[in-house]
Write a protein of this length. Sequence first.
Length: 94
Amino acid sequence: MLFEDKAKIKGVDLKINYSSDVAVLSNEPMLVNEVLANFMSNAIKFTPKGKSISIMWKTSEDYVVIFLEDQGVGIEASFLEKILEGKSAESSAG
């Protein structure tokens, strides 16, 4: 199921804005795909019905910049600290 379909089923507005000439080249394409899929999945999971998610990407010199903004509940400070320290952390249902 596509992310657009998942967002629609949940009642979340998914706004996608991108330049069609952007190509993501990486030595780790599967990892890039996995990270982006995880971001999108979490955004949909934690954004309440009736709210929105915006994703945009554009080139900037030698790299691609990806912006993802949602109106979800956010991450608790203590949980974010564990993530940034690289410690194991668990997710909760949204």
